[in-house]
Design a protein around this ligand. Structure first.
Ligand code: NAD
Length: 475
């Protein structure tokens, strides 16, 4: 049985603590145990990060880059093992977890590369009459302590997206991973230490919201980098006080399929990216707006693709859809499906569950105010909704509290420009679905989908301050 221990001040905590079993959500079997942090543990972790921040900032960037590169290479060597571990802990199919590990390798590698690119600029003073004999030079300097609070759904890559850039920028980190997936966080931490991460560069505390809240409130933290849901994020903003808060939140992502689209390709991609990790992705395809002239053939094609998905044991290599994170999540999704059907939606396929597994479900035309449309489903449920005009598709997509990414299938350039300009989201994917992300691209949303951008280069910008040195020359 694996164990997730607290890691504070360069030491794995061996003294007894309250502990919780970690279960495989597909089999219900206990696969490990996590220690739970006490308020004193959290305080010691914060104190360590605060004291260590100067020592971490002094590590030259070539050395920080070398450590992160080594970590990415170690992860490459252990790819299958890490993928299997995530599948066991989360019920995410091996197909998806192999992909997540590959992405984590890239995230660490890109963080290593970006560690060497903390550039500033030289700004001549003579744009002002008072500055004809002056010049300014800017540098990026670490903020000090970064608090990294992460969710369960991509439990490896989302930690890499915080720890990689934070260390690349020269910061000390306090990490609080999701309570559902502490084991993989502990394995990553061991790997980072093996790669040479200085022991005091990171502390890990385990537990739920109360542990996160204690970190968020603490004035020794300079930047909070949070990925999770909107409820937690509102609480974080209320507690954080004078700190920079970066928020990567959820969405009810839309993908638009216009009348000229390649329907077969659009249906295949919607099926592939609407149900991966049982829809537990912040940009999972949730609402598909389809032009009324092609909505019937599109729905038929989508149904065929979705019914062909293999649902089952996450550890089998050909499984497309495993289970949700726990039975409570499956209960919630089932009640949302029932609500949509009761209020007028047609069930195209799916709609059943077994344990924590919810069958991939397609709904046709649920009312606008049903939860499957206007809230974040975060489950394997996709709704097909017809539209008449481009303006209507834009208005419906934007009629959301969220705005992370959107997909658009069309080959008409005029529509691409019109939509790309009008859609209220952080990114528009043309001839693809909302659910496509490369880890070096700027990623983030507007409205309730978040504040700030992730991706090593952009996260480093957020996790550093600009410092200016000014030279005045004799007249
Ligand atoms: P969650 O908000 O419940 O928890 C996320 C983390 O925050 C956990 O570690 C949790 O213990 C901690 N937490 C909870 N309440 C807190 C509080 N008040 N103060 C401090 N910490 C607190 O989210 P989840 O259920 O683990 O993950 C699902 C959510 O994450 C979805 O909404 C999903 O869309 C979002 N998500 C966003 C992205 C992105 O990059 N935009 C990526 C993945 C997931």
């Amino acid at each position: 049985m694996r164990k997730a221990q607290l890691y504070i001040n360069g030491t794995w905590i061996e003294e007894p603590r309250a502990a919780e079993p970690v279960k495989n959500p597909y089999t219900g079997e206990v696969i490990g145990e996590q220690q739970l942090a006490t308020p004193e543990d959290v305080d010691r972790a914060l104190a360590c990060a605060f004291e260590a921040k100067k020592e971490i900032a002094r590590i030259p960037s070539y050395e920080r880059a070398r450590i992160l590169k080594r970590a990415s290479m170690l992860l490459e060597e252990r790819k299958e093992t890490f993928a299997r571990w995530i599948s066991e802990e989360l019920g995410k199919p091996l197909k998806n977890t192999l992909d997540e590990v590959s992405r984590s390798i890239e995230t660490l590698e890109q963080s290593a590369e970006e560690a060497k690119r903390l550039f500033g600029e030289t700004i001549p003073g003579d744009a002002s009459a008072r500055g004809t004999k002056a010049v300014a030079v800017t540098f990026r300097v670490p903020v000090g302590v970064v608090a990294a609070i992460t969710p369960f759904n991509a439990p490896l890559n989302l930690i890499c997206h915080k720890v990689g850039p934070a260390f690349a920028a020269g910061n000390a980190v306090v990490l609080k991973p999701a309570p559902q997936t502490p084991l993989i966080a502990a394995e990553l931490l061991k790997l980072l230490l093996e790669a040479g991460l200085p022991p005091r560069a990171i502390n890990m505390v385990l537990g739920g919201a109360e542990v996160g809240q204690q970190i968020v409130k603490d004035d020794r933290v300079n930047v909070i980098s949070f990925t999770g849901g909107v409820v937690a994020s509102r609480n974080i903003c209320a507690l954080a006080g004078m700190k920079k808060v970066l928020l990567e939140l959820g969405g009810n992502a839309a993908t638009i399929v216009h009348e000229d689209a390649d329907l077969k390709r659009a249906a295949a991609l919607c099926a592939k990216t609407g149900y991966s990790n049982s829809g537990q992705s912040c940009i999972s395809v949730q609402r598909i707006y389809v032009h009324e002239s092609v909505v019937e053939p599109f729905t038929d094609l989508l149904k065929r693709e979705v019914e062909a998905l293999k649902v089952g044991d996450p550890l089998l290599p050909d499984t497309d859809v495993g289970c949700m994170v726990d039975e409570r999540a499956a209960d919630r999704v089932m009640s949302w499906i029932d609500e949509a059907i009761a209020s007028g939606a047609t069930l195209v396929c799916g709609g059943k569950r077994r344990g924590a597994t919810v069958e991939p479900t397609v709904l046709f035309n649920p009312p606008k105010r049903s939860k499957v449309v206007c809230e974040e489903v975060f489950g394997p449920v996709v709704s097909v909704i017809p539209y008449r005009t481009i303006d209507e598709a834009i208005a419906e997509t934007n009629d959301s509290a969220f705005g992370l990414q959107a997909g658009l299938f069309t080959n008409r350039m005029d529509i691409v420009y019109q939509m790309a300009e009008a859609l209220e989201v952080g990114g528009v994917v043309i001839n693809g679905t909302s659910n496509f992300r490369l880890d070096h691209w700027p990623y983030g949303g507007v409205k309730n989908s978040g504040i700030g951008r992730e991706g090593p280069r952009y996260a480093i910008e957020e996790m550093t301050e600009m410092k200016m040195i000014v030279w005045q020359f004799p007249q």
